[in-house]
Design a protein around this ligand. Structure first.
Ligand code: GDP
Length: 304
């Protein structure tokens, strides 16, 4: 199966909830009238694109209709597709490989898919020829350390850890950074605990990790990836806002796009948070993971 075909399959539910509803609407509409615009707006909101982002898209569409850039409902769809693709353009590098080692902190609420994502990323970069290591600093969630070790074995990368629950995460990070330096590792992925119910703790813990890292590697961490679960739709946006207050987030990994009709949240993340989605998860397996490419994503979402 091709790369695009796999992505299309992963996005099946979103396509049904979003694109196919738009196509159906176009099929029964004759004019670009207010009824058409209202229905379209509802589909965008229901697709988890977000209220503000929907308004922006609708404004652009209305303007294009007024200036006769688009003349029929059928022309609205390619217009929206292009508009969303433009909105999603990624500006920065996918991974900021500036450090020796490059340190990547992976943050997010429990259960969003942090550990799984680290396994997938570790495997991806190892296959690309990088020397990869992981540090199991989620010492809060039971089983997280063990789970990361299993992923480490599958991805064939070493995992630095201190026992399971209760170990000091900053001490694990310290050992991870030291080991990565000693072994000339290219990329160190750090798993963290996602204790969102206690913002003060979360902030303290992340601060401590940043301090420990910067003592050894002054320009680190080079990336802080926020993992968000697409199935939570607009809640993912609320979660992200809290992390933006506590961490220096450089990009988003959006997981579980395969199990949800809320894939439109990709657009809201970019527009409402100003964050680039850098990677997407489309399944539980090692390879069910893609670098996010707006054009490929939009094609998979819109093309029959
Ligand atoms: P963590 O608590 O953030 O470290 O989350 P985990 O990595 O343990 O993942 C929680 C659950 O989500 C596990 O059952 C994973 O298999 C599942 N998961 C992670 N990413 C994806 C994905 O992209 N698609 C699907 N369907 N499941 C995923």
């Amino acid at each position: 199966m091709s790369f695009v075909e796999e992505l299309r399959q992963g996005l099946e539910k979103t396509r049904k909830n979003f694109t196919e509803r738009m196509e159906d609407l176009v099929g029964i509409s004759v004019d670009l009238d207010e009824d058409f615009m209202d229905e379209l707006e509802m589909i965008l909101v229901a697709g988890d694109v977000g209220i503000k982002t929907t308004e922006k898209i609708m404004q652009a569409l209305r303007k294009a209709a007024a200036t006769r850039e688009i003349k029929s409902p059928a022309e609205a769809l390619p217009f929206i597709k292009q508009y969303i693709a433009d909105m999603l353009t990624v500006k920065g590098p996918r991974m900021n490989f500036k450090g020796h080692p490059t340190i990547v902190l992976v943050v997010g609420v429990n259960g969003v898919g942090k550990t799984t994502t680290i396994g997938k990323l570790a495997n991806y970069y190892r296959l690309m020829g990088y020397k990869v290591m992981c540090a199991a600093a989620d010492t809060f969630r039971a089983g997280a350390v063990e789970q990361l070790k299993i992923w480490g074995e599958k991805a064939q990368v070493p995992v630095i850890s201190h026992g399971d629950i209760g170990a000091d995460p900053a001490a694990v990070v310290y050992d991870g950074v030291k080991a990565a330096m000693a072994r000339h590792i290219d990329v160190l992925f750090v798993d963290t605990a996602g204790r969102l119910h206690n913002k003060t703790n979360l902030m303290k813990e992340l601060d401590k990790m940043y301090r420990v890292i910067r003592k050894e590697v002054p320009d680190g961490p080079h990336e802080t990836l926020l993992v968000l679960d697409a199935t939570t739709g607009q809640n993912a946006i609320t979660q992200a806002k809290i992390f933006l207050e506590t961490a220096h987030v450089t990009g988003v990994v959006l997981t579980k796009l395969d199990g949800t009709a809320k894939g439109g949240v990709v657009v809201a993340i970019k527009e409402e948070l100003g964050l680039d989605v850098k990677w997407i998860g489309i399944g539980e397996g090692m390879m069910d993971f893609r670098p996010f490419d707006p054009k490929v994503f939009v094609d998979a979402l819109f093309d029959r």
